[in-house]
Design a protein around this ligand. Structure first.
Ligand code: CFM
Length: 546
């Protein structure tokens, strides 16, 4: 990986980014802004509280649990226990899609279930209203499962969603009702909510149906939420290769799939941040190894398929995978050959979530574009530096707040899918089992890696680097575009997608080409470019001084 010669000196930029902060804040933020070296990866401060007053991109624990992990399921009635606003902002804005087998099959994704908590419920307690809501949902839909999500007031007033769920589960008899203590304040970001969701799904769903389905190569796809139809494209490729998908966690998933997921022989993980807990727990309890994959990028898709074939170590599967790659790649190549001359040499910045800021760099590489700066909103050090740092991560009070399930091997169902010797042999072949190398190893030397980037820092970065495209979400979109830089939403994909697999890669190439080569951006003047503004145009950090 070549060093960036033509770009500004990153240490100077780091100083500039924190210059206007009060000394204590500057010191803290500096630890989260690092200059990358893929050979000797520096430590990044991550998963710590955002400094109050700083405008962050982060969301809350409830968003991570209800919105991210359970939201994309198809036939669970997900009831939000809380004020209606919490539901409005969790209602399909993420564009996760479902596709029931027939129109008669259950599909609750288009509904928005809330207890619509009022002042009276906050004062006198909301459990009664919650139980009524569960009953009402049951009477209307007779779902197999109802999940309850706690918003901030629920924890503050002490409603016991677990007791209410248990009572209703026993009363209803044929509906698995369970709750999550995922109040928004539970952690420093949505990351806490992912962990809480993993625990709940593991405790209440996984392992309830032991029926072993047909299929020679059975796997679960973990951490794929089917935004813009991403999971559909991966499913298409799996099917073509003869790989059986037992369960998806959780895009387009069903209760039946999740309950049966422990019968698969491999877990492949797309989004490490949101679901690595599930991979670990399923390995300990059932003996299913997990493997990190990435289906974002045509080359990455091919690589991931080869990894899966190598894991199953079957000549027929390996041959089929090669056939599929050989069939799909020419179509991708034809499009990239046309587009790449227009995108080559351009620059990108990605500040998104906990995995996409890494995954999407592969697509930009395929377009010949350079990622000059990237960061996650809420990932942990292992997502940046690789899982080898796990033993060195300080467990602070905020992390201790989240339950760590004590998982042991199931006396009946534990069955190691590979022997120690087989796993060793796979590792020797270069197959990383139960591992993830993180984002930084893949990034260029001297690129900037910034955790929980602030709004002010983003504006400064744009001013200094003038990237050809900035990738983030809706909160940043129009501010960035008013600076004359196109913003691609990598959460909801704007109106686009899928971006996974072979078809997805070509969709992305076309969308990025349209954005970075659109002359309209040249017509916009950024605030600092406006004539006559002189000295006063510089961006200022505003904060309260003592
Ligand atoms: Fe995983 Fe996600 Fe992401 Fe995420 Fe998210 Fe998302 Fe994301 Mo938005 S689970 S960490 S909490 S890949 S909703 S589908 S796009 S921030 S990078």
């Amino acid at each position: 990986m070549e060093a960036m010669k033509q770009y500004p000196d990153p240490s100077r930029i780091r100083e500039e980014l924190v210059q206007k902060y009060p000394a204590k804040v500057a010191k803290k933020r500096t630890k989260s802004i690092v200059i990358n070296d893929p050979e000797s990866i520096p430590e990044v401060q991550a998963n710590v509280r955002t400094v109050p007053g700083i405008i962050t991109q982060r969301g809350c624990s409830y968003a991570g649990c209800k919105g991210v992990v359970l939201g994309p399921t198809r036939d669970i009635v997900n009831i939000v226990h809380g004020p209606i606003g919490c539901s409005f902002y969790a209602w399909l804005t993420r564009r996760n899609q479902t596709r029931p087998e027939t129109p008669e099959h259950e599909n609750y994704i288009t509904y928005c279930f809330s207890t619509d908590m009022q002042e009276e419920n906050v004062v006198f307690g909301g459990e009664k209203k919650l139980k009524q809501a569960i009953q009402e949902a049951y009477d209307l839909f007779h779902p197999k499962s109802i999940a309850i999500f706690s918003t901030c007031p629920v924890g503050l007033i002490g409603d016991d969603v677990h007791a209410a769920s248990k009572e209703m589960r026993e009363k209803l008899g044929d509906c698995n009702v369970f709750g999550f203590s995922c109040e928004g304040y539970r952690g420093v970001s949505q990351s806490a909510g992912h962990h809480i969701a993993n625990n709940g799904v593991f405790k209440h769903m996984v392992g309830r149906n032991n029926e072993v389905k047909e299929g020679k190569f059975k796997l679960n796809l973990l951490g794929e939420y089917n935004i813009g139809g991403d999971a559909f494209e991966i499913e298409r490729i799996f099917e073509k290769c003869g790989i059986t998908l037992v369960a998806s966690f959780s895009g387009n998933s069903t209760v039946g799939q999740l309950e049966n997921s422990h019968t698969a022989d491999l877990n492949v993980i797309m989004c490490h941040r949101s679901i690595n807990y599930m991979g670990e727990m399923m390995e300990t309890k059932y003996g299913i190894p997990w493997m990190k994959v990435n289906f974002v990028g045509a080359e990455s898709t091919a690589k991931s398929l080869r990894k899966i074939a190598e894991y199953f170590d079957d000549a027929e599967l390996k041959a089929r995978v090669e056939e599929v790659i050989a069939e799909e790649m020419p179509k991708v190549k034809a499009i990239i050959d046309e587009i790449r001359p227009r995108t080559e040499g351009k620059t990108a910045m990605l500040f998104v979530g906990g995995s996409r800021a890494h995954h999407y760099q592969d697509l930009f590489t395929e377009l010949g574009m350079t990622t000059v700066a990237a960061g996650y909103e809420f990932a942990h050090r292992d997502d940046y530096e690789g899982r080898h740092v796990l033993p060195n991560i300080k467990i602070d009070a905020d992390s201790k707040n989240i339950e760590e399930l004590k998982v042991t091997a199931d006396p009946e169902l534990y069955q190691p899918r590979k022997t120690e010797a087989e796993l060793e042999a796979l590792k020797e072949k270069g197959l990383e089992i139960n591992g993830y190398e993180g984002m930084m190893k893949q990034m260029m030397k001297k690129s900037l890696v910034i955790d929980d980037v602030s709004h002010y820092e983003s504006e400064k970065l744009i001013e200094i680097y003038k990237p050809d495209i900035f990738c983030a979400g809706i909160k940043e979109k129009y501010v960035v575009q008013k600076m004359g830089v196109p913003l691609k939403q990598l959460h909801s994909y704007d109106y686009g997608g899928p971006y996974t697999g072979f078809v997805g890669a070509t969709n992305f190439y076309r969308d990025i080409d349209r954005m970075v080569n659109n002359p309209v951006w040249k017509l916009i003047k950024a605030p600092w470019e406006k004539a006559g503004n002189g000295k006063g145009t510089e961006l200022e950090a505003a904060y309260v001084t003592q």
